[in-house]
Design a protein around this ligand. Structure first.
Ligand code: GSH
Length: 210
């Protein structure tokens, strides 16, 4: 299998962190990582559009030559294909809670963080948009409070004691925020402590560059 990715971008980083966390648990998936240089616009060129008509990364190429173009579905496929030591585990209720938190992180925090980054210091050269940036910051306040509330029960990671996809997803967007010199956590000490803890993990250190 091949993962078409670019190191800074959040959605590829989410998958790269996931793969590194599984590797740390002893699961080697044999995935070659291939950089698509989005700064040079390679993701909109015919070779990449043949993999993904929407011209985004990440894309996973399967052994049969077919492609998966959504980051969360790539993760879910790898969970299904390599079920031993899967990150989404436990009872149906525990798995639902872990998925629920990941969706909140991705849709309610990651999406506005991504838009904030492109509205302030876009690596893809998009023009600054201060009004949009302010809207994004406002939109993420309630979901950031929600995460701070979850961490108040003393859990080390977002869904409990075990690393989860929610941790990978949030950290992938925080790396992008560090790249654009933005600190959007505000007065949330538990999230700040989680950030330090997560970034100290060997899997995180093997992937994160910012
Ligand atoms: N829903 C998709 C979003 C993929 C996406 O938007 N990727 C960004 C990088 S984080 C991208 O390729 N942006 C370039 C563009 O849209 O032109 C996923 O989760 O994989």
């Amino acid at each position: 299998m091949k993962l078409y990715m670019v190191p800074l971008a959040p959605n590829p980083t989410k998958v790269m962190l996931y793969i590194a966390e599984r590797a740390a648990l002893g699961v080697e998936m044999g995935i070659e990582q291939v950089v698509v240089n989005t700064v040079k616009g390679r993701h909109k060129e015919p070779a990449h559009l043949a993999r993904n008509p929407f011209g985004t990364v990440p894309v996973l190429e399967l052994d049969d030559g077919s492609f998966i173009v959504e980051s969360l579905v790539i993760v879910q496929y790898l969970e299904d294909r390599f079920p031993h030591g899967a990150l989404i585990s436990g009872t149906a209720e525990e798995r639902a809670r872990a998925r629920d938190i990941e969706r909140v992180v991705d849709l309610r925090i990651g999406v506005p963080m991504g838009a904030y980054g492109h509205a302030t210091k876009s690596p893809l050269g998009r023009p600054p948009d201060p009004e949009k940036a302010a809207q994004c910051v406002a939109a993420m306040q309630a979901p950031l409070d929600y995460l701070e509330g979850l961490l108040a029960d003393g859990r080390a990671l977002l869904t409990g004691t075990q690393v989860s996809i929610a941790d990978c997803t949030l950290q992938s967007f925080l790396q992008f925020m560090r790249f654009v010199d933005a600190d959007l956590f505000g007065e949330r000490p538990l999230l700040r402590a989680w950030d330090q803890r997560y970034r100290a993990r060997p899997a995180a250190q093997s992937v994160l560059r910012w």
